[in-house]
Design a protein around this ligand. Sequence first.
Ligand code: TPP
Ligand code: DXP
Ligand code: MG
Length: 621
Amino acid sequence: MYKYLYNVNSPEDLKKLNINELDVLINEIRKFLVRSISKTGGHLASNLGIVELTVTLHYIFKSPKDKIIWDVGHQAYVHKILTGRRDKFDTLRKFKGLSGFPKKCESDHDIFDTGHSSTSISVGLGLAMARDIKKENNFVISVIGDGALTGGMAFEALNHLGHIKTNMIVVLNDNEMSIDKNVGSVSNYLLKLRTNKAYKKIKNEFENITNIIPKIGNAVYKTADKLKDSVKYLVSEGVLFEEMGIKYFGPIDGHNIKELIETFNKIKSVNGPVLIHVVTKKGKGYRFAENEPDKYHGVGPFDVEKGIEKSNKESYSEVVGNKLVSLAKENKKIAAITAAMPSGTGLSKFKEIYPDRFFDVGIAEGHAVAFAAGLAANEIRPYFAVYSTFLQRGYDQIIHDVALQNLPVTFLLDRAGLVGADGETHHGVFDLSYLNSIPNLTIMAPKDKLELEKMIELSIGIKGPVAIRYPRGEAVELQSENIDLKLGKWEMLKNGKDIAIIAIGNVVKNSVKAADILKQKGFCITVVNGRFLKPLDENMLKHLSEKYKYIFTVEDNVLTGGFGEKVTFILSNLEFKGKIVNIALPDIFIEHGSVDILYNKYGLSSEKIVDRVLKEINIGR
Ligand SMILES: Cc1ncc(C[n+]2csc(CCOP(=O)(O)OP(=O)(O)O)c2C)c(N)n1
Ligand SMILES: CC(=O)[C@@H](O)[C@H](O)COP(=O)(O)O
Ligand SMILES: [Mg+2]
């Protein structure tokens, strides 16, 4: 079925092929990606778009001596295929299987672990400067997408790079897409670069000159370089990077392997920092993904012939989106913010219905928080829907710009807890800890869909900042009738005489199930929905401390600084004499794998909660 794919197990194998053979290989890689990801799920469209570019980089450079850094890292599948990991693709993003991101522990070719956006130029520059200090000689190549370039850190790094002027190559993979359509003035600027024919012409003339430079020598190169410098003032495009002290090349066709190889060969002899603007098509080669690259950015398993079929399950993100839409109808001051994740966070409908009150700020979480603070300081009620793991980027802004001034910004922390396949970089398992220490902040986590809706309603009446955290995936419904939600009040879900379990958020359902299993074994268990971390229900806790010998806490957050530790601290102040057991995630980075497998491994499944309860009771006997 494949002529070359199975023979290419390293960049050295790749280098044996000629241009025509590379063309065949490129098609084979695309076919393989679609077939393989249709079975496992994964990041499809970005990888389909970057096949020629990745092949070129491994063809021209000598990885791992030359260091390629993949921004975000979701587009590194082709790199994995070309560096000997093709045969592991059936395990992609599964427990103990191939990671969906670069991982140093997986291969020497993975230079730096990534997952969060806009780090590649900073990291690349660090690697390059370390190289210079050690007087080594290698290329450093940071590959960054147009979406990732909306992140402020990328510009901080370019600012530094242009100043320091070391040899480094930045490859801008421009497919006009972030996950959704890319946004912002930089994105508009890139569009101008892509489409300005005048610049292309001048650039080609310049290239004709530079083509002969290696044959003539350095003096002529410098003249040509100066000529380019003078040319750049005739056209505005390219000036941004050039004025920053970084030589701009492009735009080049990212699907023309011949042009790519020629250009990168040339670039190798350029001194100082260089940015190469490569234009690609997200989803290239698979009809469905080309037509809807947003939908095919990250996919679950699907039928190659039919494409992705719509799920009829409602996600927590959709619940949030719908609730905000309905609240915004009544309350004209409600605004919604996303940092480049309108569909992921369920805000697409809000964007459509209330475009004037919807803001996609790009991959700029820190800015989003300070921007929300500004809105709130001028009487608008901002709701920033953001993945828990990405809000880590805005930590200082939460403290300095929001909480310090007690501004009513609501953070809707999507993907809180374990997310599954994305693994270490994406689990939202630190939020209870990193938020708990911030004064003025109200922190809550619903047990199910209805409670999430009620919490969003409740947040409107709260004068200061609020954080509501909820998990990835399908919204569960544990309760269908109206619930009584009062600020700082926990909920008694089951009342039993033997032991008490206090759980927060997504693991409340597992705790309820554990109590049912324990009942069959003859134990009567109290289950409390500890839905407020802050303010915490001290009255209820006091009552529990007086009634029970065993109190268990359960959370899908790290133990350190989380719900359980806080409860334990208060119980010790109450001079609780019984045993308190914290079931939480350990002080390690949790690997990728399905949430069920990970819950089971780390003691959060109902069965494992039962085992732990029985074990502790037996120890106590
Ligand atoms: C800090 C951070 N915020 C958000 C994301 C989610 N995210 C992953 S990929 C992506 C889009 C990246 O776009 P681009 O760099 O252009 O790559 P493409 O997918 O187009 O190849 C986003 C927003 C992230 N990984 N990190
Ligand atoms: C690479 C990245 O950060 C996103 O693509 C992320 O993988 C999306 O995760 P969800 O599938 O949970 O939306
Ligand atoms: Mg892009």
